[in-house]
Design a protein around this ligand. Structure first.
Ligand code: TNX
Length: 491
C-alpha cells in the first residue's frame, strides 16, 4: 500500500526491497521527547485505538539539525522513530501517523522526511454572520491540524454580530451580539458571543495543536453591530441596528470622532490579554465613504490632518490603528484595501496584507515591501463559493473547485525577493449562508485538504491525480471523525 498522507510529505522512501510493515494491536507506547504532543496524540486516538500495544513503541527525539516545523519518521517493524526540530514538527509528525492509524491496518516500513513550503497555512472562520459553538470550533481546529494547517483566523465581528466581550464597552455584546431574525416569528433573535473563558479555552486547545489563533475585529467598516450598541460612533447618530441583511453598508465608524480610537484601544487591550499571537487582524475591507463625505466632523478632521479626499481617511485610520497595536507589541494585518493609502499616511511596511480580491493586492503589496498572505477569492481560497457549477450545490457568488485550491500559486509572477515576503496562504469561510456547523464542514472539506497540500508540499512533489487517489482513502478517515464532506466533482 502506498502511504496516503495529506499533505504529501517531502519524501517517502520504502525500506529497500522489503515488504516489512509495522503492525500494531493498539496505540504504541510513546517515549522520549515531546511528551506534550504525545499526550494530545493519545487523546486524539482514544476513540479509534482504544487498546494499548506495549510491544510496539514510538521513540521521539529532538533533533537540532531539523527546522522547527520539520520532522522525520523511521517506520520499522516494531518501532517508529520520530525526530523533530521542535514541538510543532513533532506534532506534524504525529498527525501524519494519526492519519495512518485512522485507516487501521498495518503501516509499510519507510523513511519519511518532511517540512513545510510555507509558514502560514491558514483558515478563516466567520463567526459573525452566524455564531458557532466552542465545541464546533475545537472540532474544526483539531481536524485542520490533522493536515498541518497552523493558523486559525477568527473573524469575530461584522455587521451582523459582535462576538467579543470588551469590559469597558459592555453593550458591544449586550446589544451587538444579537440580531433580529425576521424570518422567524416568536422570539426572533439569533446570535451569541464568546466569553473570556471560551476564548482562553479555544486558544489553549489550538496551542496544544500548534495552531496559532489570530483574532480579527473588522474596523472601520462592517461596523453595524458597533453602531447599534454605541450610535455616537457613527456619522449620523443613527438609528442603527445589528444587520439582519448581508452585504455592504454605508454606515461605518465616524472618522471625525476620537471616541472610535478609545473604543479600539479597549478592544485591542482585550485582544492582547486573550490572544498570545503576535498578529491582530484589523479588517479594513469594503469601507464606503459616503457618510464621511457629508459628515461635518469628518470634514473637520480632514482639514486638521491635511488631507483632501474623504476616502483618504481610511489610510489615516489604518495607520493609527496599526501604530496603536505596534505600541502594544502586536503587528497589524489588513485586507488588501489597506494598501489604497494616501500619500500622506502611508501604510507602515510591517503591516501584513491579506490579498482577497484576487492576487493583485498581494502582488502590489510585496512590491512595496509588505509581508503578504494570499487568499484570492478568484483562485480556490473562498470556501463560501460553490464547489462546482451545479444548481444543487450550496454556496454564494461563484464557483471554487478543489482543483483551484490545489493549484493557487501564492508566488506566481513574483521575483525571488518578492516571493520571500509571501508568508503563505489561507482559505476563508464566510458564513452568510452557513447557518450550521455541518454545512460549514461540507463547504470546507475536501477543499481545505487540497489547500493544505498546496501550502505544505514542495511543488515537484504535488500531483493532483495522486491527491485525488489519496482522497478516496482519506475520505473514510473524515467519515470516522464525523466530518461532513462534499463528494462531487473536483475540477
Ligand atoms: C467580501 S473578503 C467580504 C466579506 C464577505 C465575502 C463574501 C472580505 C474581506 N470581505 O465581508 O463575506 O466577500 O465572499
Amino acid at each position: 500500500m502506498h502511504h496516503t498522507i495529506i499533505p504529501e510529505p517531502v519524501s517517502i522512501q520504502a525500506r529497500d526491497g522489503s515488504n516489512d510493515y509495522f503492525d500494531y494491536k493498539g496505540l504504541p507506547s510513546i517515549e522520549g521527547d515531546f511528551q506534550h504532543e504525545a499526550s494530545v496524540l493519545k487523546a486524539q486516538c482514544a476513540a479509534q485505538l482504544a487498546a494499548r500495544d506495549e510491544t510496539r513503541n514510538i521513540v521521539c527525539k529532538k533533533d537540532e539539525a531539523l527546522g522547527a516545523e520539520a520532522y522525520t519518521l523511521d517506520i520499522g517493524r516494531e518501532r517508529i522513530e520520530l525526530r523533530a526540530g521542535g514541538g510543532s514538527g513533532a506534532y506534524h509528525g504525529f498527525q501524519s501517523l494519526r492519519q495512518l492509524f485512522l485507516s487501521g491496518g498495518t503501516i509499510p516500513c519507510a523513511h519519511i522526511e518532511d517540512a513545510p513550503r510555507f509558514g502560514w497555512r491558514g483558515f478563516m472562520l466567520d463567526t459573525a454572520r452566524y455564531f458557532y459553538s466552542v465545541a464546533f470550533i475545537k472540532k474544526l481546529i483539531d481536524v485542520l491540524s490533522l493536515h498541518h494547517i497552523n493558523v486559525f483566523h477568527w473573524h469575530l465581528t461584522d455587521d451582523q454580530g459582535w462576538r467579543l466581550p470588551v469590559p469597558e464597552y459592555p453593550l458591544l455584546v449586550e446589544i451587538g451580539s444579537k440580531r433580529v431574525e425576521r424570518r422567524l416569528s416568536g422570539a426572533p433573535t439569533v446570535g451569541g458571543f464568546y466569553t473570556e473563558d471560551d476564548i482562553r479555552d479555544i486558544v489553549a486547545f489550538a496551542a496544544a495543536r500548534h495552531v496559532e489563533v489570530v483574532p480579527e475585529v473588522d474596523l472601520p467598516g462592517h461596523a453595524s453591530a458597533i453602531l447599534a450598541a454605541y450610535p455616537g460612533m457613527g456619522c449620523t447618530g443613527g438609528p442603527y441596528r445589528v444587520e439582519d441583511r448581508f452585504g455592504i453598508f454605508e454606515d461605518v465608524l465616524c472618522a471625525g470622532n476620537d471616541a472610535i480610537f478609545e473604543l479600539a484601544d479597549a478592544v485591542f487591550n482585550t485582544l492582547v490579554r486573550l490572544f498570545p499571537s503576535s498578529y491582530v487582524h484589523i479588517g479594513g475591507d469594503e469601507v464606503r465613504f459616503n457618510r464621511w463625505e457629508r459628515c461635518p466632523k469628518c470634514k473637520k478632521r480632514l482639514a486638521g490632518i491635511g488631507l483632501e479626499k474623504p476616502r483618504e481617511l481610511q489610510s489615516w485610520i489604518t495607520v493609527k490603528l496599526a501604530s496603536m497595536l505596534a505600541e502594544k507589541g502586536k503587528t497589524a494585518i489588513g485586507w488588501d484595501e489597506v494598501l489604497e493609502d494616501s500619500p500622506r499616511y502611508v501604510l507602515p511596511k510591517e503591516v501584513a496584507v491579506m490579498s482577497w480580491r484576487g492576487a493583485d493586492g498581494g502582488k502590489a503589496a510585496v512590491k512595496r515591501g509588505h509581508p503578504v498572505i494570499m487568499a484570492p477569492n478568484t483562485e480556490g481560497c473562498y470556501l463560501d463559493f460553490r464547489h462546482c457549477d451545479d444548481a444543487e450545490e450550496p454556496g454564494q457568488w461563484g464557483v471554487s473547485t478543489v482543483y483551484q485550491s490545489y493549484t493557487m500559486d501564492p508566488v506566481a509572477k513574483m521575483s525571488e525577493s518578492e516571493a520571500a515576503l509571501v508568508m503563505g496562504g489561507q482559505c476563508n469561510l464566510w458564513s452568510e449562508l452557513i447557518y450550521a456547523g455541518k454545512i460549514a464542514e461540507y463547504m470546507i472539506f475536501p477543499r481545505i485538504l487540497a489547500f493544505a497540500e498546496n501550502m505544505w508540499t514542495p511543488q515537484h512533489r504535488k500531483d493532483f491525480n495522486v491527491f485525488a487517489q489519496k482522497l478516496t482513502v482519506h475520505r473514510q478517515r473524515l467519515d470516522t471523525l464525523g466530518i461532513a464532506q462534499y463528494r462531487g466533482r473536483l475540477k
